[in-house]
Design a protein. Structure first.
Length: 60
């Protein structure tokens, strides 16, 4: 039998989400912690940070 794959669900970034991401960037919150709080993957958070031109994570 074929394995079932998980369907990808994409969520838009709201202004509030971006504001929170910038605040976490300034506070140097670890990416893993941000990912759990926002229910987004680490990769998506890092990609958005690159697009916004902000650093992310504690090691910069």
């Amino acid at each position: 039998m074929a394995k079932k794959t998980k369907k990808t669900v994409r969520r838009e970034w709201t202004n509030g989400d971006i504001k929170d991401l910038k605040a976490h960037s300034k506070a140097r919150t670890p990416v893993v912690k941000i990912a759990k709080m926002t229910k987004r993957t680490e990769g998506s958070l890092r990609q958005k940070a690159i697009v916004l031109g902000i650093g992310l994570g504690h090691q910069r």
